[in-house]
Design a protein around this ligand. Structure first.
Ligand code: 4YB
Length: 474
């Protein structure tokens, strides 16, 4: 993929459209000229504090306008950026930092986190510098030119066990991701995309690259309910639970928003949800993607089917023996581990661990291979049962997990979010409903109310944490 940039994207737009609106944050707004100046100031601040090209800057912060400056300034000086979820515990954060060994850590003013890097081996004594960046006053030359094939970001992605993996991408790979998706969605230079997902997750990272690619406007939300910002933006990326919440609390009539298109992804997208959103005047795009591919790989305009559409330009997808494999220009350089980058694949095709099938030229996700379990000799794919549960009008969210059973080995149990309390009457109703829909070994043997404290530490509910919670109950 060749991009139309011969310099840093923000400098490109600062030359092409200097006074066009580029970024807004509450009352503040910045033109491309101002964005470009801000990034230079932050870049000088980084250099004055000793950050050098090829070094790693770790930010442990929620989204903010400062975080966007820091991110772009980091890549501007030829360094690399990694975002960590600020809601991780200090122990988890220190474990990740211990592996990544960043040369600089950026914390927002309110953070109480104390990195324990000083306690490590002597060779690393000086790596624990905490930066609370202030823009430098004296302009100074920042000597790195635009090189789209340099590694710029490490994006953390958690597997089912162990430390999250740090997925390495170049600017070119992020821009290839943006280019393909925006050849389908209608995101023009006059549009604005809400930074509605965290920059430490690939879904938030991808918003920034689409903005840079298009030279449009990005809106940084002030609060997490987005109610004010939705009045100004034309685009947003949402996980299904965010859309669900918006439809119930904020988007009750079309007059309250300017949204033209939303991109959904990250988890199963129930067609009943997109139907509701379309009725509220929002065009929904259903996506399927993953960190290693710099976000979306397949997409479609929402319709009645629960499929995830077709392969986006610059990506290729193969279903082999039921498993989904992907490759293309947005595929990462590899994983960063032990100060090295290891390839994410051994034969160019990345094995997603997702199970899928084609139906009438459309991809359907059947679940993750590692979620499968066996009950009385029968394979059970929890996502298949979740899908049925989600068609029940009183169920908003559903997870199926195995529970140990003397006779069957394992049996499915359901953990659900319902609008009304989960009482005996509702359980009886659900049991009857499931009896009509699925064979007996796939019917949940018990129902639990979803524990709210396990919602939203990241953008997804962790099945591992749900399993641990369940163990404390049984
Ligand atoms: C799915 C799934 C689906 C992923 N059905 N399982 O910009 C975007 O594409 C975007 C917009 C809105 C919300 C999220 C996104 C994303 O990037 C999501 C990418 C993501 O979730 N990456 S991940 O590395 O954290 O997880 C990838 C895994 O998530 C996949 O391997 C699937 O298992 C699952 N997944 N989309 C069902 N539509």
């Amino acid at each position: 993929v060749t991009t139309h940039f011969s310099t840093w994207p923000w400098q490109h737009w600062a030359t092409e459209r200097p006074s066009a609106a580029a970024l807004s944050f509450g009352e503040q707004s910045f033109s491309w000229h101002e964005v470009s100046e801000r990034i230079e100031e932050y870049a000088q601040g980084l250099i004055e504090q000793g950050v050098k090209r090829d070094q790693l800057v770790a930010a442990i912060a929620p989204n903010s306008v400062q975080l966007v400056w820091l991110f772009l300034a980091t890549i501007r000086i030829g360094a690399r950026y990694v975002g960590l979820n600020p809601r991780f515990s200090d122990v988890e954060l220190n474990d990740i930092l211990d592996e990544l060994k960043p040369q600089a850590i950026w914390l927002p003013p309110k953070s109480t986190f104390l990195p324990s890097l000083q306690e490590q081996t002597p060779a690393l004594v000086n790596t624990g510098q905490i930066l609370r960046l202030l823009p430098a006053i004296q302009p100074r030359l920042v000597p790195v030119t635009w090189q789209p094939s340099r590694a710029v970001t490490y994006t953390l992605t958690s597997g089912s066990t162990g430390l999250p993996k740090a997925v390495v991408h170049t600017a070119e790979q992020h821009l290839a991701s943006a280019d393909g998706l925006l050849s389908l969605m209608n995101f023009t230079a006059d549009d604005s995309w809400l930074l509605s997902l965290p920059l430490f997750h690939v879904s938030g990272m991808a918003i920034v690259w689409r903005w840079l690619y298009r030279g449009a406007c990005i809106v940084i939300p002030k609060a997490s309910d987005f109610s004010e910002e939705l009045q100004q933006v034309t685009h947003a990326s949402l996980v299904p639970t965010q859309l669900q919440r918006l439809l119930t609390v904020t988007l009750t009539d079309t007059a309250q928003h300017q949204l033209k298109e939303v991109l959904l992804g990250g988890a199963v997208i129930p067609p009943t949800l997109t139907e509701q959103a379309e009725l509220a005047g929002i065009a929904c795009w259903c996506g399927y993607g993953m960190t290693e591919m710099a976000s979306t790989v397949t997409v479609k305009r929402a319709d009645v089917s629960s499929g995830v559409g077709h392969v986006i330009p610059h990506r290729e997808l193969l279903v082999k023996e039921g498993e989904i494999f992907v490759r293309g220009a947005s595929l990462c350089l590899g994983y960063y581990r032990n100060q090295m980058i290891f390839p994410a694949t051994d034969n160019a095709w990345f094995s997603t661990g997702d199970l899928g099938e084609w139906q009438n030229d459309e991809l359907f996700i059947l679940g993750r291979a590692d979620n499968m379990f066996i009950s009385g000799g029968e394979n059970i794919q929890p996502e298949a049962i979740e899908k049925v549960l989600l068609t029940h009008p009183k169920i908003e969210q559903a997870f199926v997990l195995p529970r140990e059973d003397d006779e069957y080995g394992q049996r499915p149990i359901a953990i659900i979010t319902t609008a009304l309390p989960l009482d005996v009457g509702l359980v009886a109703e659900l049991e009857l409903f499931m009896a009509e829909q699925v064979t007996s070994f796939k019917r949940p043997v018990s129902y639990f109310t979803f524990p709210e404290h396990l919602r939203g530490r990241g953008i997804k509910v962790s099945r591992l944490q749900l399993k641990q919670w369940l163990e404390t109950l049984l």
